[in-house]
Structures are given as C-alpha cells and as structure tokens.
Design a protein around this ligand. Structure first.
Ligand SMILES: Nc1ncnc2c1ncn2[C@@H]1O[C@H](COP(=O)(O)OP(=O)(O)OP(=O)(O)O)[C@@H](O)[C@H]1O
Ligand SMILES: [Mg+2]
Length: 367
C-alpha cells in the first residue's frame, strides 16, 4: 500500500522561476490520479518531485506517513514510465524487463517469477524472446510498463505514456492500463495526460493544474458536472463550455439571467439571494447541452456560420463575436444529422439543470 500526502509543495527553478506553489493533495492507496493542465503548467515537474528526480523546493511529500523529501528515488518504492520508453534495442523483451532486477542483484528465480507475472498481466508472454524492433509501438510501451512492474513498486508514475501511439493503439493500450490497475488494487498510480478521454475514463480523481496551483480536484464527473471555476469548466469537455455574459434578473431557488448578446433569458437550478439581483455573471452551457428553443426563453440567438455533420452529432459554429460583444464563438453539438443549417438563425437554450453560473470566474455553486 502507499498513501501519498503533499503539503504546501512548491517548485522554484534556479532560485527565481516559480513553477508550482501551495500544492496540497492527499492520495489514497489504490487510487489512479490523473494530472491534467495546459502545457508548461508543471505536471511533469510535480511527477518528478514525487519520484525524487527533482528537488522539492518547499513543503513536504509523505509516503505512508513518512516524509521522503530527502529519500533517494531508488528507495521510494516508486516506478516512473515516460513518454519516450527507450528500451535497450540489443536486448530481448525478457532482458529489458530483467535489467533493473539484475542490477539490484535479485536471484535468477526471483527475476523469472517477476517477469512471468508481469508478462501475464501485460499479455507479453509470446514476445519475451523478441527484440524491441520486432514489436509494435503498443507492445513496446507495454514492455516499458513491464520494466516498472517487475520491481513491484508501491507507486506508479506515468508521464503521457501513450502519446507516441497512433489513435487505435492508444485506445487499446488505455484499456489495458485500466485492466492493469484493476489487477493491482493495492498500487497507487499517478498518470499525466493531455487526452480528455484518457483522463475521464482512467481516473478515480482528476487534478486540474493551472496558474502554479490546483484549480480543482474531483472525480471525472464532478469536474464535468460541477466545475468550481471557469477554467475547469472550459478545460474539461470538448469542445469547451460556452460562456455567455449576462446579469441576474430573478433570484430564489432558481436563478434567471438576461443574456447580453443574443437577448433572451435563461434559468438555472442554482439558488441565489436578493443580494444577487443585477449581479454580472457568465452563463455556462456545454455545447452538448444546447437545445433548440422557442419563444423568449432562450440563452442565445445567432446565425450559423459553419455546420459540421459528424453523423452521430452535428457541430454548429455560430458567427464570431462582433465588435462590442463580449462573448466567444458559440458552439452547439446537436444530436443526429441536420441539413441546411448554414446561414440560418437559431435560438438555443438549455435545461435548467444543465446551466452553470459564474461570477468573477468562480461558480455560484461553491460560494
Ligand atoms: N530545469 C528547468 N529549469 C527551469 N525551468 C524549467 C525546468 N524544467 C521545467 N521548467 C519550466 O517549468 C514549467 C513546467 O514544466 P513541466 O515540464 O513540468 O510542464 P508540463 O505541465 O509537464 O508541460 P507539458 O504538458 O508540455 O509536458 C515550464 O514552464 C518549464 O519551462
Ligand atoms: Mg510534461
């Protein structure tokens, strides 16, 4: 087992470049935590600090209650799998996996057992005597994972392990990683990815990193359904959540907002008080939650500039904002096939249970 606790962790490169600060995170044995965030936000840095490959500038990292800031990487019980898996090309799969164990002077029997177990889990039994050049990209990536499994670490760290693979292999390997996790309920995994589907499907909890800190931690569906702020709202989900500026015109158990550009009103199942009358808010609606509206009760009215028919859905892009409007281009994802939308004016709304409200970037749900 391995519980990880990060308390007020910060990273400063070269004494001046602050990359991360105030990172507080509790990870329990058996979790698969996914780090996501924009490029350069510090995901790899945080992973490398946990592995011990990078010094922790401030704060503490505990593994099972012991501070390990000064414990060398090899003694932390952590294995890290990188994006570029760099197998030894002249060694067979078996020898690649055995390498670290031989260095650590394990007995031949121990090495054999560890490799047999890892090869079974990763379905590499038929490939043990091959050289890496005779393997597919996905198989090579599995060997790289195998090299870490044989060491039986308490914690696995994956830094974008699938990003070198083509789309179909990514899907297959992603499912294998999910199965691997199932087969090792006592191991803790931290996984960095840019891929939304990987994050949503693999994670027990997702950590969204931004602006040197943590923007939100939660289960995939918590982040999708109840994002704490506009950053998370727009980062999770694709295309990003639409934000429409408006002001509160009715308060109570539900809240009604008059939208500035597009003219209508929309109601959200979010409570507000009398004090919130007139409050400037952004109405958040996911493209997949937009539905055609009738009458005045619509969030949005505009002309369709592009309609992309993908078969299962039609992705509709509205006119880009004109001068003086404070909205971004609005996108709607309508179920099924729709012909002749281009150039048409559409009015759209959303179910009150699917409407998000933000004030100064923060969700009104979390006040
Ligand atoms: N050795 C270093 N010295 C100075 N700055 C560094 C060093 N390593 C990384 N950085 C900076 O720290 C920031 C975070 O880098 P990091 O590699 O952790 O980002 P990331 O979130 O993993 O990005 P990506 O998604 O592109 O992999 C970046 O701005 C990067 O330029
Ligand atoms: Mg990185």
């Amino acid at each position: 087992m391995a519980d990880l606790k990060l308390t007020n962790v910060a990273k400063v490169y070269g004494g001046t470049v602050e990359v991360l600060k105030g990172i507080n995170l509790d990870i329990t044995t058996g979790e698969l935590i996914v780090f996501v965030g924009p490029s350069g936000c510090g995901k790899s840095t945080l992973l490398r600090m946990i592995a011990g490959l990078e010094k922790i500038s401030e704060g503490t990292l505990e593994i099972d209650g012991t501070v390990v800031n000064d414990v060398p990487p090899a003694q932390r019980g952590i294995a890290m799998v990188f994006q570029s898996y760099a197998l030894y090309p002249h060694m067979t799969v078996r020898d690649n996996m055995a390498f670290a164990l031989k260095l650590a002077k394990n007995s031949a029997t121990e090495i054999d057992e560890a490799i047999t177990r890892a090869a079974r889990v990763l379905q590499l039994e038929d490939y043990l005597d091959r050289l890496p050049k005779a393997l597919s990209g996905g198989q090579r990536q599995r060997v790289a994972i195998g090299r870490s499994i044989v060491r039986d670490p308490k914690v696995y760290l994956f830094d974008e392990p699938l990003s070198n693979l083509d789309a179909s292999l990514r899907v297959a390997t992603r499912i294998e990683i999910a199965q691997l996790k199932e087969s090792m309920p006592d191991s803790t995994m931290i996984y960095v990815t840019h891929d939304q589907v990987e994050a949503m499907t693999l994670a027990s909890r997702i950590v969204v990193l931004a602006n040197k800190g943590i923007a939100q931690v939660g289960t995939p569906l918590e982040l999708y359904e109840t994002p704490e702020n506009e950053f998370v709202a727009q980062f999770i989900g694709s295309p990003a959540m639409n934000l429409l500026a408006g002001e509160v015109v009715k308060t109570g158990k539900t809240t009604t907002v008059k939208v500035h550009d597009g003219g209508g009103t929309i109601t959200a199942n979010i409570p507000t008080t009398d004090n919130d009358m007139g409050l400037a808010v952004n109405v958040g609606i996911r493209p997949e939650d937009m539905i055609p509206a009738t009458g005045d009760n619509h969030a949005f009215k505009d002309t369709v500039s592009i309609a992309e028919a993908l078969g299962e859905v039609t992705q509709v892009y509205f006119e880009p904002p004109k001068a003086g409007q404070n909205k971004d281009t609005v996108i709607a994802k309508l179920a099924g096939i729709h012909h002749g939308l281009r150039g048409q004016e559409m009015t759209l709304t959303a179910d009150p249970s699917k409407v998000h409200l933000f004030s100064n970037g923060q969700s009104l749900l979390y006040r």
